[in-house]
Design a binder for this molecule. Structure first.
Ligand code: 4NP
Length: 151
């Protein structure tokens, strides 16, 4: 089992979008050997559902998702997951604080692509189409990385 957790600030926009987009990719590839979840670095949105504009974007793109509640990443999660995938550099700093300085398993999603960069926070940009396109690119690239690691 390959255990992946996507992490953003609030766990209501980018990381749940990444969770369900990556689940969709893995499902379409016929793979059943991934555990895929998402978490926040901040307590701000704990217990809240996926933000409605993120849900609307997933529906528009025909990506299945389930109702869920935002949760914070914990120190013990560092042991649970194989890959902790951040949306932007500032998340990596927060994740490293939560995980007592450990960072071997921590990656930024778009660092798997040919144009390493942050995924901007759509809470502020309001541009959920760009968020979706960036996450999709990152998830495809991360899936290829996982496949190559197995060879
Ligand atoms: P996310 O977006 O990190 O992609 O889930 C945000 C959601 C909420 C807040 C910030 C970012 N907030 O400050 O409440």
């Amino acid at each position: 089992m390959i255990k992946v957790v996507f992490v953003c600030l609030g766990n209501i926009c980018r990381s749940p979008m990444a969770e369900f987009i990556f689940k969709e990719i893995v499902r379409r590839k016929g793979r059943t050997d991934f555990l895929i979840e998402s978490r926040a670095t901040s307590k701000e949105e704990v217990g809240n559902s996926i933000y409605y504009l993120a849900k609307e974007k997933l529906q528009e793109k025909k990506i299945d998702f389930q109702e869920r509640e935002a949760k914070v990443l914990k120190l013990e999660d560092y042991e649970k997951y194989d890959y902790i995938i951040a949306m932007e550099q500032i998340n990596i700093e927060a994740i490293t604080r939560i995980c007592n300085g450990k960072k071997e398993k921590v990656f930024r999603l778009l660092d798997f692509t040919k144009q390493p960069r942050d995924i901007k926070d759509p809470w502020y940009t309001r541009d959920f189409e760009s968020t979706y396109v960036d996450i999709l690119e990152g998830c495809f690239a991360f899936y290829e990385f996982c496949k190559e690691k197995e060879l």
